[in-house]
Design a protein around this ligand. Structure first.
Ligand SMILES: *Cc1c(COP(=O)(O)O)cnc(C)c1O
Length: 456
C-alpha cells in the first residue's frame, strides 16, 4: 500500500521548526472588530490596553497587518524542550473504523501542562520579563492554563498568581499541586483578597465561583500591584498568533510528504488551538491559493458558534475587561456542568468568530456522552488518553471518517489533539458508571441570556 510510506509519526528537525508566527488577520478582508473600552465603548487604545497587558503583547493584539512576526530566540529555545509536537498518522484508528479516509492528528499533550496552552504561556511570560515586570496574574478554570503559565513563569523567574475557580480548586487538588511545584501561588476564587471577591462572597455566601469572576479578580490584582500585568490563555488575537506554531509545524510536516488535508478539525473553547491549527491553511484559503474545509467543534451545553449571537459582549462577569465582538451566549450565561472545563467559555475568539461569520468555516456541537465514547474508542486503538476537550475533535474526525466509509471517498482529515486527560478521571468515571449527563440549553434559556447583551 503506497500510503504505508507515510510514517506513523512525521517529525520535523529542530532546524525545520517555524522561526516566525503567522498572523492570519493580515490576510483577512474583514478584520476582527476592535476591543472596546467597557466605560466609553470606544476602541481600546494601546495606552489603555497597556495598563492591563504587557506592551509587546498589546502591539501584537492590535496588529492586523503584519503577516509574519519573529519568534524570539529565547521562546524558540523553550519550544525546543517539547516541540516540534508529533504529527501522527492514525493508522490504527483508520483500520478499526474500516475507513478509506486518512486521519492525522497534531498532538499537543506531550508536555507537563498536558495541553497546547504552554505555546502562548511562554510567549506571554517572556514579554512580561522583557518589560522588567515582577510578575503576572491570571485565572484558571480546569487548570491547564494555570499550569502552563506556572511552568513558563518559573522558567523565567517571574512571580505567578493564579486565581482558580473554587470548585476546581477543591475538586482538582493535584492540578493545584502541579502549579505550586512550579512556584505559583494558587488562590481559590472568589477570595477575600480582592474587592470583587469580597463582594461575591458577601452577595453569594458559599459560592464555588466562576471563570468570569476569577478573571475579574486576577485583573483587579494586576492593575493594583506595581510591576504586575494580567495574562489570558485564549480568545485574544495575541494567543491565536502564538498558537499558529501548531498549524505551521503541521503544515511543514505534511508538506514534506506532499500531503494536503481536505478537512481540518479542532475543538473550540475560546478558539485558540483551532485558530492556531488552521491559521496557515486558512491563509491559503483567504488568498485563494488552496481550499480546505474547517470545522469547529463545541459542546452542545455551551454552543457559542452554533446557537450564540455575533455581537459585542463582555469577556468577564465583573465587566471590567474590554468588550469583544464575538459569537457569544452572553457573559451571564452559566453553562451546565460539563467535564470539558476548557470549553465552557461563553464567547469565542474574535478572529474565529469573524471567519465563521464570513462563511470560511463551519461549526458543529456534540453531546458529552458521544464525546467520551469517541475518547474511549480513540484511547483503545491509538494509546493516548485524550483530554475531554480534545475528544470533541476526535468525535467529529471519526464522524467524518465514517462518512468516507459510506461514500468511499479517500479524504485526508487533520485534527488537533490538544491534550491528555489524566486529571479528568472523575469525568471518565462518570462516563463508565453511566451517570454522565448531557444537558442541552433550551432556546428560551439562550434567548434570556442574550437579551442581557450590552447595547453597543
Ligand atoms: C483550554 C483547552 C482547550 C480549549 O481552548 P481553546 O482556546 O479553544 O483552544 C482545548 N483543549 C485543551 C486540552 C485545553 O486545555
Amino acid at each position: 500500500m503506497a500510503s504505508k510510506e507515510i510514517p506513523y509519526k512525521i517529525y520535523l528537525e529542530e532546524n525545520e521548526m517555524p522561526t516566525q508566527w503567522y498572523n492570519v488577520r493580515a490576510d483577512m478582508k474583514n478584520k476582527p472588530a476592535p476591543l472596546l473600552n467597557p466605560g466609553t465603548l470606544q476602541p481600546m487604545t494601546a495606552q489603555e490596553l497597556g495598563g492591563v497587558f504587557c506592551d509587546e503583547l498589546v502591539a501584537q493584539e492590535l496588529d492586523n497587518d503584519t503577516a509574519y512576526i519573529d519568534i524570539p530566540d529565547e521562546i524558540r529555545d523553550f519550544y525546543k524542550m517539547y516541540r516540534p509536537s508529533p504529527l501522527v498518522r492514525a493508522y490504527c484508528l483508520e483500520k478499526k473504523l474500516g475507513t478509506p479516509a486518512k486521519i492525522y492528528y497534531k498532538f499537543e499533550g506531550n508536555n507537563t501542562s498536558g495541553s497546547h496552552k504552554l505555546n502562548s504561556a511562554i510567549a506571554q511570560a517572556y514579554y512580561a520579563k522583557k518589560q522588567g515586570l515582577k510578575g503576572v496574574t491570571t485565572e484558571t478554570g480546569a487548570g491547564q492554563w494555570g499550569t502552563a503559565l506556572s511552568m513558563a513563569c518559573s522558567y523565567l523567574d517571574l512571580d505567578c498568581k493564579v486565581y482558580m475557580v473554587k470548585c476546581s480548586y477543591e475538586q482538582k487538588p493535584f492540578r493545584r499541586e502541579v502549579m505550586r511545584t512550579y512556584g505559583a501561588s494558587v488562590t481559590p476564587s472568589p477570595s477575600m483578597e480582592t474587592n470583587i471577591g469580597k463582594k461575591m462572597n458577601a452577595d453569594h455566601p458559599g459560592t464555588t465561583g466562576s471563570l468570569g469572576c476569577a478573571i475579574s479578580e486576577a485583573v483587579e490584582v494586576a492593575t493594583s500591584l506595581e510591576g504586575y500585568r494580567y495574562v489570558l490563555g485564549s480568545v485574544l488575537n495575541q494567543v491565536l498568533l502564538h498558537q499558529s506554531v501548531i498549524g505551521l509545524e503541521a503544515k511543514a510536516a505534511l508538506d514534506k510528504y506532499g500531503i494536503k488535508p481536505d478537512i481540518i478539525i479542532g475543538c473550540a473553547g475560546g478558539g485558540s488551538n483551532l485558530g492556531g491549527l488552521m491559521s496557515p491553511f486558512m491563509g491559503e484559503k483567504l488568498r485563494g491559493e488552496a481550499d480546505y474545509e474547517f470545522i469547529a467543534v463545541e459542546p452542545s451545553s455551551c454552543p457559542s458558534l452554533t446557537r450564540g449571537k455575533f455581537a459585542y459582549d463582555f469577556c468577564d462577569t465583573g465587566m471590567v475587561c474590554p468588550l469583544a465582538k464575538m459569537y457569544t451566549l452572553g457573559s451571564n450565561y452559566i453553562p451546565a456542568p460539563n467535564h470539558a472545563g476548557g470549553l465552557r467559555y461563553h464567547g469565542m475568539s474574535p478572529v474565529v468568530s469573524q471567519l465563521y461569520a464570513d462563511g470560511y468555516m463551519r461549526a458543529v456541537s456534540v453531546k458529552q456522552t458521544d464525546v467520551f465514547a469517541a475518547a474511549e474508542q480513540f484511547a483503545r486503538v491509538e494509546g493516548i488518553l485524550p483530554a475531554p476537550e480534545s475528544s470533541h475533535a476526535i468525535k467529529v474526525a471519526i464522524d467524518e471518517a465514517l462518512k468516507c466509509k459510506e461514500t468511499g471517498e479517500e479524504k485526508t482529515i487533520l485534527f488537533g489533539l490538544t491534550g491528555t486527560g489524566y486529571f479528568d478521571m472523575y469525568a471518565y468515571e462518570a462516563f463508565h458508571n453511566g451517570t454522565m449527563e448531557c444537558y442541552l440549553p433550551t432556546d428560551e434559556e439562550i434567548a434570556e441570556s442574550l437579551a442581557k447583551l450590552p447595547q453597543v
